[in-house]
Design a protein around this ligand. Structure first.
Ligand code: IPE
Ligand code: IPE
Ligand code: MG
Length: 245
């Protein structure tokens, strides 16, 4: 009986994991005749509002792109301003994150980040590790290609040490070596600021994600707009390579 067979496609309730490319801070500042860092500060403030909107929207996992492996190409002033902002963000927001039951994780390569920042990141992960209301992942010095390369290096070491049989390696094996090994794949990836590209974000994990490219610049992205975008996700039909069931 066809009615009892498992449908090959489904309309989901809502996205469990939303990932956001927070873009447009520089243009937002430029439009106001202010320095780029002014836009980054305005953008930083938006994160709290979006994180706090997640429980009501049924979003259990939120991943945000804060700094890419390519963002080092910016001026020294912008890069050091951003690093200072990340240190301040962690210091200022940690109590609020704890109070709201947010579990924070960082993905990306920590090797190139300064010691103080890495210590703050480690501490925030530790003090929020038992929280479960929302899982916030912050991508900092993150690049999808860099992540796959680092994962491959670790996997190759296991093979070289005789602890892993190369014949057993499949996509699931590699995924276990990625920074995101504890996270489900994102259901929905949102990019603000009108650019329709991935810019090296979650390349592997977003293989079957739905994408929403919206024109709003990140510092103007509100809770209401977030709710609207999340709401529109449930109208989409995801197929995962199958035909309509
Ligand atoms: C995104 O905003 C934040 C970071 C990349 C750190 P941008 O700084 O890229 O802003 P635009 O794209 O120049 O407007
Ligand atoms: C992607 O934005 C990185 C972050 C939002 C942190 P970029 O502004 O760096 O990306 P491109 O340069 O437009 O591709
Ligand atoms: Mg940009």
């Amino acid at each position: 009986m066809t009615s009892s067979t498992t449908p090959k496609t489904h309309r989901p309730e809502g996205p469990k994991h939303v990932a956001i490319i927070m873009d447009g801070n520089g243009r937002w500042a430029q439009a106001r005749g202010r320095p780029r860092l002014y836009g980054h500060h305005a953008g930083g403030k938006r994160v709290r509002e979006i994180v706090e909107a997640c429980p009501d929207l049924g979003v259990k996992y939120l991943t945000v792109f804060a700094f890419s492996t390519e963002n080092w190409k910016r001026t020294q002033a912008e890069v050091s301003g951003l690093m200072k902002m990340f240190r301040r963000y962690i210091t200022r927001e940690s109590q609020n994150l704890i109070d709201n039951g947010i579990c924070v994780r960082f993905i990306g390569d920590r090797m190139r980040l300064d010691e103080t920042l890495v210590r703050l990141m480690d501490e925030l992960e530790l003090v929020t590790a038992h929280n479960d209301t929302v899982h916030l992942t912050i991508a900092l010095n993150y690049g999808g290609r860099d992540e796959v390369a680092r994962a491959t290096k670790r996997l190759a070491r296991e093979v070289a040490a005789g602890r892993l049989d190369p014949e057993t390696v499949d996509a699931e094996t590699l995924a276990r070596y990625l920074d995101t090994y504890v996270l489900p794949d994102p259901d929905l990836v949102i990019r603000t600021s009108g650019e329709a590209r991935i810019s090296n974000f979650l390349l592997w994990q977003s293989a079957y994600s739905e994408y929403e490219f919206i024109d709003t610049l990140w510092p103007d992205f509100s809770r209401d707009e977030f709710a609207r975008v999340v709401g529109s996700f449930s109208k989409r039909e995801r197929r995962f390579g199958a035909v309509r069931g």
